[in-house]
Ligand binder design. Structure first.
Ligand code: NAD
Length: 304
């Protein structure tokens, strides 16, 4: 299978690297020239538990260099999904599938505006990665990847993609109701990301104070109500589950926290912002998510 990855930062490089290591032809497509040049010159370096290995694969800033791909993986931050969707359409051509494993809600719908909706696959992954510098990433988390066709209730063409990933060591399962899976990850991000971004704390420190536990729970409950109003299946213990995730990732700074630390635009619009938008559409109040969204938007509006 020929694969193109649009947005080859931490996660795109990780997935691209693992698929290339298993023998696939992989092209990393990114606008970050220094990273592309480093990968072409010296290979992609993946650090894992203190060991670094080097993987050879193609990288380019010019999508025209890549001929049509069987699978295009979109791994930009959600703030850049529109641009990436236009690139994905060109790379996928007539027959290629387009997969998003990005965080937040709205990415698959945005991609489906450019790409034939029947070819869009969405999902979530428990893998984690950090960008160390041009040509070098750290592979952090490992775990299950779950995917499904975004616009049909059956498993459609997602099965061969899951098999292909699993053979590369990325354990992947296919579900029919992928929207509930993507909402499930969204609820975790809703309960952790904005709070840690605004306060500078690590994920586990949410548990230290009753005030942050209550704030996280209120944001998650609001979002869960909105999900259920759209027939999304939400686990009964969702508030406790989000706190369990915060505990399990206690030492981590959330991705939104890291974005704020580095004065980069965050994915707030695709996380708490989506809850606010859907709440307005459905006529359901969402004051906690509205406040968290407004505060993060204020913070990032003043980055120089
Ligand atoms: P990142 O910032 O490391 O990588 C994004 C890359 O996209 C950058 O290299 C950037 O140059 C590139 N880019 C931006 N616009 C582009 C365009 N138009 N065309 C091509 N490339 C473009 O981000 P990341 O941490 O890899 O996260 C990507 C997505 O995965 C996000 O939605 C994030 O929430 C999600 N995610 C991240 C992790 C993690 O551990 N990092 C885990 C799960 C999910």
């Amino acid at each position: 299978m020929k694969v193109a990855v649009v947005g080859a930062g931490a996660m795109g490089s990780l997935f691209g690297g693992l698929l290339a290591e298993s023998g696939a032809e992989v092209w990393l497509v990114d606008i970050w020239k220094a990273h592309v040049d480093a990968v072409n010159l010296s290979g992609l370096q993946i650090e894992r538990e203190g060991h670094t290995r080097t993987i050879r694969l193609h990288a380019t800033t010019d999508p025209a260099e890549v001929e049509h791909s069987d699978l295009v993986i979109v791994f930009v931050k959600s703030t850049h999904t529109g641009d990436a969707a236009r690139t994905a359409k060109i790379l996928a051509g007539q027959r290629g599938l387009v997969l998003t494993l990005q965080n937040g809600m709205g990415n698959a719908d945005r991609i489906a505006q450019d790409v034939d909706a029947g070819k869009v696959i969405a999902g979530t992954t428990s893998y984690g990665a950090t960008m160390l510098g041009p040509g070098k990433i750290r592979h952090a988390g490992i775990g299950l990847t779950t995917i499904g066709m975004w616009h049909s209730g059956d498993t459609g063409r997602a099965g061969p993609v899951a098999d292909f990933f699993s053979k590369a060591g990325i354990e992947t399962e296919v579900v029919e109701d992928v929207r509930s899976i993507v909402w499930g990850k969204l609820l975790i991000n809703v309960g952790i990301n904005a709070i840690t971004a605004l306060t500078g704390i690590k994920n586990g420190q949410i548990l230290d104070l009753e005030a942050t536990v209550a704030l996280s729970g209120a944001a998650v409950e609001e979002a869960a109500t909105i999900a259920e109003a759209q027939n999304i299946t939400v686990r009964k213990d969702v508030v406790a589950h989000v706190l369990d995730v915060a505990r399990a990732t206690a030492g981590n700074r959330s991705s939104m926290g890291q974005d704020v630390d580095n004065r980069r635009l965050t994915e707030i619009e695709a996380i708490n912002g989506v809850v606010v938008k859907e709440a307005e559409r459905l006529g359901i109040p969402a004051p906690v998510n509205r406040t968290l969204t407004a505060l993060v938007e204020t913070l990032q509006a003043h980055f120089q």
